[in-house]
Design a binder for this molecule. Structure first.
Ligand SMILES: [Zn+2]
Ligand SMILES: [Zn+2]
Length: 390
């Protein structure tokens, strides 16, 4: 169903209003109020305050029995000072919708309203989940554990507006789509001393440097070239003065993988290398690993459902299904897809001509709003295909 001008205006206005008022994870109070009000007005049974600020709207279709379909949008912004110059920049100091979750909420509300308007035509139940704290706060898991949002769910759908693809293109891939994310912290304990008398010390900086280099072999030499994984060291803290050999060094990094078994085994492989290097150089170490979220793995049948819906909206040649669409970025919708079948997909939001090219989480991130009605059409059609009578 093509968008009416009123619906288009509301879609853009909602996105821009939320963009002006970004809220960090578990602080999405204003956003949640906007969501709850719109869902209630559309006729949904609404629960609020789940996992702090989460909102769930539920509605039964009028065409009899059918599956329970979960649709999900994330609501949180990032602690970034916006550098965009458009007319709806963030009014909250140091906070910005730099990932596009403002768009996700606007799209979600539009889809929820369309489904409500066509309630008599579909069977089953729609459960629309607006979750807090996707950006590293574990919002999805808390919604699952505290809100019971997956109870009775037969299928789950979600999307991300994506600067990696031009506006007008949709990307959907069966199987692993986004990576798992885990983080590690390594503390190397050496023996500090005088910079001129290294033979009486164990140089923690040198040991940690060897570890950084050796960690590069985890992916290049212990993971099959046909698999995908990333081990990145992002923090290296050590030392106090130019003539002191450092006593300790701290390394922090991130680990990504598609394969659940591999992602479970990578911490062991990292620890083995750290231990080996430390042993060989007379240092000791502490190793902490935290698994943040599992890979986002799409059910092949539901990925096909989304592909067909996307083809109807943008045409076959503008739907990408090749593995190049996947990303090693992580997404906590993976927590839901680890428990129920579903599909997560990308809606292109890049516009080179208008300078909308800056990546997600950049202070200059901006998205082509033409992607909003596209996303609404694809998600609504996919939802209707899942729901009986759609
Ligand atoms: Zn993000
Ligand atoms: Zn995001």
């Amino acid at each position: 169903m093509p968008a009416t001008q009123t619906e288009l205006d509301t879609l853009i206005d909602t996105r821009r209003d939320l963009h002006r008022h970004p809220e960090l994870g578990f602080e999405e109070v204003r956003t949640a109020a906007v969501v709850a009000e719109r869902l209630r007005a559309a006729g949904y049974d609404v629960r609020t305050g789940i996992a702090e600020t989460g909102v769930v709207g539920e509605m039964r279709g009028g065409a009899g029995a059918g599956p329970t379909l979960l649709l999900r949008a994330d609501m949180d912004a990032l602690p970034i000072a916006e550098e965009c110059t458009h007319g709806f920049v963030s009014t909250h100091q140091g906070r910005m919708h730099a990932c596009g979750h403002d768009a996700h909420v606007a799209i979600g509300l539009a889809v929820a309203e369309r489904l409500a308007a066509s309630r008599g035509e579909w069977g089953g139940t729609v459960r629309y989940v607006f979750q807090p704290a996707e950006e590293g706060g574990g919002g999805a898991l808390r919604m699952i554990e505290e809100g019971g949002i997956l109870e009775g769910v037969d299928a789950a759908l979600g999307l991300h507006v994506w600067l990696g693809m031009p506006s007008g293109v949709v990307g959907v891939v069966p199987g692993p789509f986004m990576a798992s994310a885990g983080e590690f912290e390594i503390t190397v304990q050496g023996r500090g001393g005088h910079g001129a008398i290294p033979d009486e010390t164990v140089d923690a900086i040198l040991v940690a440097s060897q570890i950084v280099v050796a960690l590069q072999t985890v992916v290049s030499r212990s993971v099959s070239p046909l698999e995908s994984a990333v081990v990145s060291v992002g923090v290296f803290h050590a030392g106090t003065a130019q003539n002191i050999i450092a006593d300790t060094a701290v390394l922090k990094g991130t680990v990504r993988a598609f394969d659940p078994a591999l992602c479970a085994d990578l911490p062991r492989r990292i620890d083995r290398i750290v231990k080996g290097v430390c042993d060989s150089m007379g240092a000791t170490h502490d190793f902490h690993y935290q698994q943040d979220c599992p890979p986002t793995v799409n059910d092949p049948e539901l990925a096909e459902t989304v592909r067909l819906a996307a083809e109807e909206v943008v045409g076959r040649d503008r739907v990408r299904t090749d593995p190049g669409v996947r990303t090693m970025a992580a997404e906590d919708f993976g927590e839901m897809l680890a428990r129920v079948p579903g599909c997560y997909f990308f809606v292109g939001a890049r516009d080179e001509r208008r300078g909308m090219v800056h990546p997600h989480h950049s202070p200059r991130f901006d998205l082509c709003e033409d992607c909003l009605p596209t996303a609404v059409d694809v998600l609504e059609r996919a939802a209707r295909r899942v729901l009986a009578g759609g």
